[in-house]
Design a protein around this ligand. Structure first.
Ligand SMILES: [Zn+2]
Length: 242
């Protein structure tokens, strides 16, 4: 994100950037969120920070107006996306996407809990620049005009889960692999079941394409968004046989 963009967000008190960056006011020694309702400082007195911690370490103290204690927690912004094969919840923390999960999914509750615990954050409805980028890329994907995503991702899970999820990113659009093959690729050929579990608890669907993993007999096995959605996605990607 450009510095000029950040300054513009501060001048317009744009709430969408809360949690994305913070700014210190050199004259008062206070750090604020972009939407702070207090008087906007002169541009030359603004110091920008990517994290609140950086600002605090630089000696700024939290603004009493925009950073009351309950707001000091990290916030995952969440927004519903209407896809042609079901409702999706998008979530971002800072400038990365940490959630793209099916609304219908029973394990949503579990995914949310894991995100809150691992990232130490609370979930709050809203939007952010990265959510808007994700929406745009999903629009293009579902229109058949995008086969690769560029949205930065934030995986929240165990080292093993993250290994599996990162491996998913290497499966090209239009291809599928079996759970066994995925297990081999991460160097754990006998851990097929654990790999399947990690695949199933992926909370960044589509962007981390867990739908491209199928049974060794080419059956669809299971999917968080339902088998119809999995079939739809593989068909959209023109995976052979779907
Ligand atoms: Zn403030």
């Amino acid at each position: 994100m450009e510095e000029s963009e950040k300054i513009r967000a501060i001048l317009s008190r744009d709430r969408r950037f809360d949690g994305v960056f913070w700014y210190g006011v050199k004259t008062t020694g206070v750090v604020c969120r972009p939407s702070c309702p207090s008087k906007v400082p002169r541009v030359e007195n603004i110091e920008l920070f990517d994290t609140l911690r950086d600002a605090l370490e630089a000696g700024y103290r939290p603004c009493k107006i925009c950073m009351r204690k309950e707001k000091m927690k990290k916030v995952i912004k969440t927004k519903t996306y209407h896809s042609p094969c079901g409702e999706i919840v998008l979530g971002s923390l800072g400038d990365r996407l940490c959630l793209c999960d099916w609304e219908a999914e029973k394990h949503r509750e579990l995914a949310d809990k894991r995100l809150r615990r691992v990232l130490g954050a609370v979930l709050e409805e809203g939007t952010s620049p990265v959510i808007e980028q994700a929406e745009k890329e999903l629009d293009e994907y579902f229109a058949g005009k995008r086969r690769k995503f560029t949205v930065p991702l934030l995986f929240a899970g165990t080292e093993f889960q993250k290994k599996v999820w990162n491996e998913l990113l290497t499966i090209p659009c239009g291809e599928t692999v079996s759970y066994g093959e995925l297990a081999r690729r991460i160097g754990r050929p006998t851990a097929v079941r654990a790999v399947a579990n990690a695949n199933g608890s992926n909370s960044i669907s589509i962007f981390a394409p867990c739908h491209r993993v199928i049974g060794s007999d080419r059956s669809l096995t299971g999917y968080g968004g339902g088998l119809e959605a999995k079939k739809f996605l593989l068909g959209l990607e023109k995976a052979p046989g779907f």
